[in-house]
Design a protein around this ligand. Structure first.
Ligand code: SAM
Length: 203
């Protein structure tokens, strides 16, 4: 029942996300004389792909992951895939979004999918909203502003354990490459998938 509700909600959101290109062009135009900001993409989903979502569900189920943390909620497409996974493992998701307007719409989407009680939505800068996180993290999905990947990784590193997976989207972009270059190769293994768009970091 829940799974179907989630699948239907994700399908509706992907349909709406088809207009993202136009919204992104508008966002880029606004930032002609300054660096891009999250607010420039306030109306855009910028979601992970359906294939990535399916892979995330598999990762959660195969590893029996229960404690999921996500950086970058947007309107909640990726979070709904995470919810689909943790429905089977009895887990929960913490997700964090800088923009209040996006987070509120994401919350509505979680209600539509019937999984709002499994998802803790934190509104604000991830460096603040996740600052006091003291629980172990099984899966950490990095899909927010890429200049925060490295500080967030370092801040939450004490919460990783030997089976944790850190899933880095847009791993082929300059700022993401910095985190991949900086992490200890003695401690972590990095596997690139989706034509290097995704990096999967394991201990
Ligand atoms: C690529 S989108 C996330 C897409 C989402 N994961 C999905 O697949 O549907 C990145 C999101 O990160 C948010 N963001 C940017 N900087 C942030 C910050 N400092 N803290 C929390 N969220 C942030 C943006 O507002 C944007 O909605």
């Amino acid at each position: 029942m829940h799974t179907q509700q989630i699948t239907n909600t994700i399908a509706d959101l992907y349909t709406d996300a088809k207009y993202d290109k136009l919204k992104m062009i508008k966002g880029v135009a606004k930032s002609a004389f300054r660096p891009l900001q999250p607010k420039d993409f306030e109306e855009a989903y910028l979601p992970i792909s359906n294939k990535q979502g399916i892979e995330l569900v598999q990762l959660i189920k195969q590893n029996n992951f229960k404690n999921i943390v996500e950086f970058g909620t947007s309107f909640g497409i990726s979070t709904l895939f995470l919810a689909q996974g943790i429905l089977e493992t009895n887990g929960h998701v913490i997700t964090t979004e800088l923009l209040e307007s996006k987070a509120q719409i994401a919350k509505e989407n979680f209600k539509k999918a019937g999984v709002e009680n499994l998802i803790d939505v934190r509104i604000g800068d991830a460096l603040e909203t996740l600052k006091n996180h003291s629980e172990p993290i099984d899966l950490f999905l990095l899909d927010g502003w890429m200049n925060l990947y490295q500080p967030l990784f370092e801040m939450l590193e004490p919460n990783f354990h030997k089976n944790s997976i850190i899933y880095v989207d847009n791993a082929n972009m300059v700022d993401s490459k910095k985190i991949l270059a900086s992490i200890s190769k003695e401690k972590y293994q990095i596997e690139l998938t989706f034509n290097s768009k995704v990096a999967i970091i394991k201990l």
